[in-house]
Design a protein around this ligand. Structure first.
Ligand code: GDG
Length: 495
């Protein structure tokens, strides 16, 4: 962790993070003792790292029976003196269903990733309104009650850092419950924020409650500058009495000023480098090398998620093999897909379509010695890291993506002077455009041309672009993401 963080944190004797999923999941062993599994990813590493500097509490939904039973307590990772306090909330299952499976994921996720098929969806009916009122509102209030209860015990300045689209309403309730208490509230939105045209499809009351809830925060963080601007435009269009200032990125509403700022999220570069040198990853490298042999590798690593645009990636590859038969037998497309939201019908259909498309490509071009697409559906981060070390081309062609961390991880670990093909609709474009081949995600023809260009690019140019990408990611890693947020929070009164 960057030692400079000390200065940024001084002002707060306590930081409280709230997110749907917590930093750990608990299990109970056969002796009845609790064990915990730490959540993967840079976000958990960076945010739990704050516990080295200040008292840190993390409030999240209980996701396992053991989380529910344990309820709250200190969690120590490596440091016995750690001060990370985890507190689980336990929503009623029906409320959680409405909050998570009816509002957060189908409705808000689809809206914010432009995934609605507007002539048919969304259909907002009485059920949806019930999920809104008895689910999303209730769980947000429950978060606010737990957070407020924790904050009241402290009686010193507290920074509350809310995470993501599950908690759009929490800041408003918190302001009400914590009147008179010295708290600063930030909310970071990890996913894209589309323009007001798209938000116009949501019913007026839901939209207003979301904007009203968010404008109770002191700082709203977005992945890109465009997301932040879109938020301000959305408030200007739909939040009566909001007074927006584009130049300062301020919204004055109900006598309160909310600052809007972009903080592009990133990865823990050192932790990733250490993992990439581990024996586990080395074993996977050997396994993958045996599968690939002398062939070139196109790679994608994604959650199995329609917004990642997996089908069009295969369509572009299909067109490449058709128009450039010289690639047949000489290239393999490795697709590592992590199962996601398996209970949601759209995601199940999407997997079916992927299987059919891959099956068709493999049957059409493949032979006993060559499988054009190697599709692996499963969770195995060390294997994904090993593959990222070995790609010639990394395809990130999301229809919409808050950031896309794979686009940042790949260049850090890659050992083949690999080329990054990057969608102009992934948040990572704001930082990585100059080192990538940029594509428009719906343009399969452009993607096909980019694949060809990437596979034939000369070594010098590939090296140059890869080292540029590395520099860009290293300069603004996950600690930078956190540090800039704390800096902006500390300067809120002066901005
Ligand atoms: C959301 C936003 C935003 C890969 N294989 C496994 C595995 N991974 C890692 C990847 C990467 C992470 O999971 C996925 O992060 P992404 O950013 O690519 O995508 P989302 O999951 O959609 O994340 C996104 C992000 O939040 C952060 O704000 O960038 O835009 O959609 O690090 O390498 N992880 C595990 N098992 C694997 O097999 N656990």
């Amino acid at each position: 962790m960057n030692s400079k963080l000390h200065g940024e944190i001084n002002k707060f004797s306590e930081i409280l993070i709230a997110s749907n999923r917590g930093p750990v999941t608990l299990e109970k062993d056969e002796n009845g003792d609790y064990t915990f599994k730490r959540g993967s990813g840079g976000l958990v590493t960076a945010l739990t790292g704050l516990a080295n500097y200040t008292n840190l509490t993390w409030v999240a939904c209980a996701l396992s029976p053991a989380d529910f039973e344990w309820k709250q307590g200190y969690v120590c990772f490596d440091d016995p003196d750690c001060n990370l306090y985890v507190r689980f909330i336990n929503p009623d299952p029906d409320a959680y269903e409405g909050y998570y499976n009816q509002i957060s994921n189908p409705l808000l996720w689809f809206l914010q990733h432009s995934m609605w098929d507007v002539p048919r969806s969304p259909v907002i009916n009485q059920e949806t309104w019930k999920a809104w009122e008895m689910g999303y509102q209730v769980v947000n209030r429950q978060f606010a009650i737990e957070i407020a209860d924790q904050v009241r015990k402290i009686k010193k300045p507290v920074l509350i850092m809310l995470q993501d689209y599950h908690l759009y309403l929490a800041a408003r309730s918190l302001k009400r419950y914590l009147r008179g208490q010295d708290v600063t509230i930030s909310l970071f939105v990890h996913i894209p924020w589309p323009g007001p045209e798209y938000w116009g499809i949501l019913p007026t009351r839901m939209r207003q409650e979301i904007l009203d809830g968010m404008c109770a925060a002191d700082l709203l963080g977005f992945q890109t500058s465009e997301d932040g601007l879109n938020f301000i435009r959305t408030c200007e269009n739909y939040l009566p009495k909001a007074n927006v200032k584009y130049r300062n990125r301020h919204i004055r509403y109900r006598s309160h000023v909310t600052k809007v700022h972009d903080f592009p999220i990133s990865i823990d570069v050192n932790a990733l480098k250490t993992l990439s040198e581990s024996p586990d990853v080395e074993n996977f490298r050997t396994e993958i090398a045996n599968q690939i042999k002398e062939r070139k590798m196109i790679l994608r690593v994604d959650r199995l998620e329609p917004s990642k645009n997996i089908l069009r990636g295969f369509q572009a590859y299909d067109a490449l093999l058709e128009t450039h038969p010289e690639y047949q037998k000489n290239v393999v497309f490795m697709a590592y897909l992590i199962p996601s939201r398996v209970g949601v019908e759209e995601y199940q259909h999407y997997l079916d379509e992927i299987m059919v498309t891959v099956g068709r490509i493999n049957a059409h071009y493949g032979s006993s010695e060559w499988e054009p697409v190697r599709l692996l559906v499963g969770e195995n981060y060390p294997r994904a890291v090993a593959a990222m070390q070995m790609y010639d081309v990394l395809l990130v062609n999301s229809i919409a993506d808050g950031m896309n961390l794979v686009a940042k991880e790949g260049p850090i670990v890659n050992q083949k002077d690999g080329v990054l093909i990057l969608s102009e609709r992934a948040g990572a474009i704001q930082q990585l455009a100059s080192g990538s081949l940029v594509i428009s995600p719906c343009d399969v023809y452009e993607t096909q041309l980019a694949l060809h260009q990437a596979l034939t690019k000369n070594t010098e140019l590939r090296k140059e672009k890869l080292s540029l990408l590395r520099k860009l990611v290293e300069e603004e890693d996950i600690h930078y993401w956190l540090k800039t947020q704390l800096e902006v929070v500390n300067n809120l009164a002066n901005s």
